[in-house]
Ligand binder design. Structure first.
Ligand SMILES: CCC/C=C/C=C/C(=O)SCCNC(=O)CCNC(=O)[C@H](O)C(C)(C)COP(=O)(O)OP(=O)(O)OC[C@H]1O[C@@H](n2cnc3c(N)ncnc32)[C@H](O)[C@@H]1OP(=O)(O)O
Ligand SMILES: NC(=O)C1=CN([C@@H]2O[C@H](COP(=O)(O)OP(=O)(O)OC[C@H]3O[C@@H](n4cnc5c(N)ncnc54)[C@H](OP(=O)(O)O)[C@@H]3O)[C@@H](O)[C@H]2O)C=CC1
Length: 330
């Protein structure tokens, strides 16, 4: 049995007292059941082996998290990779681990992307090590959740410097040199789904990621004539130490995130790595200016006003339908 109470005629104040079988539907209703079983993450490299033979790839922030996973996949597929960020010890450890697994050299180069001079020196080093890259993945980022009224000017500057200015400095420095050398390249930026919607509590990151998207879409139009492609991946939540320690420090939000994702689970680093490899490969040579949302459906789930109706049970629907049908002719 089930009881449905309307507190007002507005559907949003519909108060549903659920007497559903929680063993069947779980505590949050049908939406967070075991649907993740339908969507198992595949962890193997998707592209044919050797897809990146004789290609050089730069991955900023490649020492940890998603950047590390992208580096591992590109390296496995034959690329010579360069990973760049602030912590040289972390980069060197990752580089050694991946090189020893794949047999392909991974170089570690220290670089704070906020500093245009450091970026220029980093590109000098890359040119000396491997030559200019064919693949550039702007993945480095900084972020933390914080009410906007608590942000200092330096907090704002720190995040926007890493995310927007850092991406611009790396992209412009490499772009200019590639153009001079008449060499084509694939540029990929990792943003996030709230670059499009905006989001409270991560306002510097949302603003900077939106700027990165404008930068990449603009350059896709302007620099195609030099053989450059620019694309964007917007990941949804994927558990990494770097992101979750700053966005969900107590672990309290993770269940809520999973509950609202239609595929019922977080993404995995290997899934992003496969997508990034495809976008950066010659299989995607006609793809430029693309914004690829990769989030298990989270964005549309958050956007639709009626999506909360997923928690209405079949018995409750019978009652609701009967009530709606009664309005015929009114
Ligand atoms: C779930 C789905 C969507 C997910 C999207 C995810 C997007 C991501 O980008 S996740 C990536 C997360 N990874 C990182 O953030 C890694 C790198 N981060 C860092 O190194 C640091 O966290 C930081 C970004 C703060 C930069 O470190 P740095 O040493 O350069 O800065 P600080 O000197 O520590 O701080 C600079 C100013 O920011 C203020 N600040 C730092 N943390 C906070 C905080 N939690 N709340 C408020 N303010 C903060 C700090 O006080 C400094 O300002 P001031 O005191 O005025 O000098
Ligand atoms: N994980 C998630 O759920 C999501 C992540 N993303 C995006 O994915 C990307 C990777 O994030 P993730 O792997 O989760 O987090 P990580 O914290 O692991 O990665 C961030 C990387 O950025 C590097 N970095 C930070 N500041 C600088 C700087 N000033 N100069 C150079 N490098 C810097 C860090 O290295 P170091 O400290 O050595 O400098 C680190 O390797 C980011 O762009 C993030 O915004 C987007 C949506 C969801």
């Amino acid at each position: 049995t089930c009881q449905v109470h309307f507190e007002s005629s507005n559907w949003k104040s519909l108060s549903i007292k659920r007497l559903t079988d929680s063993r069947l539907h779980g505590s949050t209703g049908l939406r967070s059941g075991s649907q993740a079983n339908f969507f198992p993450p595949l962890e193997d490299a998707m592209l044919p082996s050797g897809s990146f033979n004789n290609r050089m790839a730069l991955i900023t922030g490649g020492g940890t998290g998603l950047g590390r996973a992208m580096t591992a996949t590109l390296s496995q597929l034959g690329a010579q990779c360069i990973i760049a960020s602030r912590k040289l010890d972390v980069l060197q450890r990752t580089a050694e681990e991946i090189s020893s697994q794949t047999g392909n050299k991974v170089h570690a180069v220290q670089c704070d992307v906020r500093d245009p001079q450091a970026v220029s020196q980093c590109v000098d080093q890359i040119e000396a090590l491997t030559g200019l890259p064919d693949v550039i993945i702007n993945n480095a980022a900084g972020n933390f959740v914080c009410p906007s009224e608590r942000l200092s000017p330096n907090a704002w500057k720190t995040i926007t410097d890493i995310v927007l200015n850092g991406t611009a400095f790396v992209t412009l420095e490499l772009g200019k040199r590639l153009i001079q050398n008449q060499k084509g390249a694939s540029f990929l930026a990792i943003t996030t789904i709230y670059a499009e919607s905006g989001s409270g509590f991560v306002v510097p990151s949302a603003s900077a990621k939106a700027g990165v998207e404008a930068l990449y879409k603009s350059l896709a139009a302007e620099w195609g004539r030099y053989g450059h492609r620019f694309n964007i991946i917007q990941p949804g939540p994927i558990r990494t130490k770097g992101a979750f320690s700053r966005l969900d420090p107590t672990g309290a939000f993770e269940k809520a995130m999973i509950d609202r994702i239609p595929t019922g689970r977080l993404g995995t680093p290997a899934e992003i790595a496969n997508l990034a490899a495809y976008v950066s490969s010659n299989y995607a040579s006609w793809m430029s200016g693309a914004v690829i949302r990769f989030d298990g459906g989270e964005y549309v789930s958050l956007a639709g006003e009626f999506n909360e109706l997923r928690s209405v049970t079949p018995d409750q629907w019978k009652l609701l339908e009967a009530m709606i049908r009664k309005t015929k002719g009114s």
